[in-house]
Design a binder for this molecule. Structure first.
Ligand code: MRU
Length: 348
């Protein structure tokens, strides 16, 4: 597989290079950002998106946000860091990887407090690069665990995009598809279009097709038909935050797919790194769901598709109740119900 890293640092220029995912599938264009405001905007507007990739972008983002600080006392530097951290943290509320990455960089900062400020800055850069590298290892491990649950020739369904461009490696939900493809598994993948921003048809279909994987795009309201027709043997989705009881937030529409899967007796797998599991969030009810601009519904792609005088409701994510989830696949292994008990063991 040709791995695309959607967010990385250009060390020579101290800029971040981002694949602008809003332009896909028409244009594969990388943009360069260095100002905190532009990094915030890139996350908010989904130029960089997908929970793990948002975490990586936040890591580099916070480094870029403080690297030019003139502070020479730790306390002053720390205060500047915290302002930048809170600003980046305000970009999107649901994917916990954003907060996880920012907290991780902050912990490193505190650990290095005895060093000179210029040395501390280098440590922040090192930590953000480590987040990216670990993300790649994590994708590989998730792909292997995921593939162990699948068989050649299976029909697979996925929702949104939890692929290579949502991570720095193979992706999470799409990882087993890539690995299986390398081993000649010949999967038939169905990609839900994923309204309103079409991450399924614009991104998942694009990247699977680039890799030579058999992919069929369906509108979201066709998922039930392909399940009923027996075309789907397993469903693989990513996640933005998993609560301690196994409830999983992912792109809006995921929970409906999970409910259908139960009806048709199809295994429903949630794939994500342990950095997406938030043991401080007890249940899905405690997960903040991002509400987005209604324009994404009535004028998403340059054409008005609803009267603007009516009301709109545009939650970007939903929570799949743990009772619909067959297993949660992480880089540390496959977690089966009872999730409260087994997730707690994982973090022991
Ligand atoms: O709004 P998005 O495009 O950032 O939503 C992305 C998803 O819901 C993904 O499924 C999730 O972040 C997992 S990505 C490996």
């Amino acid at each position: 597989m040709n791995i695309i890293v959607p967010a990385r640092l250009n060390e020579a220029k101290d800029t971040m290079i981002l694949l602008d995912q809003t332009l896909l599938p028409v244009e594969k264009k990388f943009i360069e950002v260095s100002k905190l405001e532009d990094i915030w905007e890139a996350i908010k507007k989904l130029r960089v998106r997908g929970a793990p990739a948002i975490g990586v972008a936040a890591g580099f983002g916070i480094y870029l946000g403080v690297k030019d600080s003139k502070a020479d006392r730790f306390q002053d530097f720390y205060e500047e860091f915290m302002v930048a951290k809170e600003y980046l943290a305000s970009s999107r509320p649901t994917a916990v990887n954003l907060f996880w990455a920012l907290d991780r960089i902050e912990s490193r900062l505190i650990r290095e407090k005895e060093k000179r400020i210029e040395e501390i800055k280098k440590c922040l850069l090192e930590e953000s690069e480590e987040i990216l590298r670990q993300d790649q290892d994590m994708c590989r491990a998730i792909s292997e665990y995921g593939l162990s649950l699948l068989k050649p020739e299976m029909g697979l369904l996925t929702h949104c995009n939890a692929g290579g461009i949502a991570t720095s490696g193979y992706g999470t939900a799409l990882g087993p598809m890539y690995l299986g493809h390398e081993k000649g598994y010949n999967f038939k993948v169905y990609a839900d279009e994923t309204r309103p921003l079409l991450q399924g048809s614009r991104l998942t279909a694009w990247e699977l097709n680039e890799a030579g994987i058999d992919v069929t795009v369906i509108c979201d309201n066709m998922a039930s038909v392909v399940m009923k027709e027996g075309r789907i043997d397993a469903i693989l989705v990513g996640c933005d935050r998993v609560a301690a009881n196994g409830d999983a937030a992912n792109k809006i529409g995921t929970s409906g797919v999970a409910i259908l899967a139960k009806e048709y007796n199809i295994p429903f797998y949630v794939l994500g790194p342990t950095s997406t599991i938030d043991m401080n969030t007890k249940t899905g009810d405690d997960i903040e769901i991002e509400q987005r601009d209604s324009k994404e519904i009535y004028n998403g792609f340059g054409r008005q598709t609803a009267p603007t005088e009516v009301k709109f409701y545009n939650p970007a994510f939903d929570v799949t109740d743990h009772k619909y989830i067959t297993a949660i696949i992480t880089e540390k292994g496959i977690i089966k119900p009872p999730f409260t008990e087994n997730l707690a063991k994982l973090f022991e």
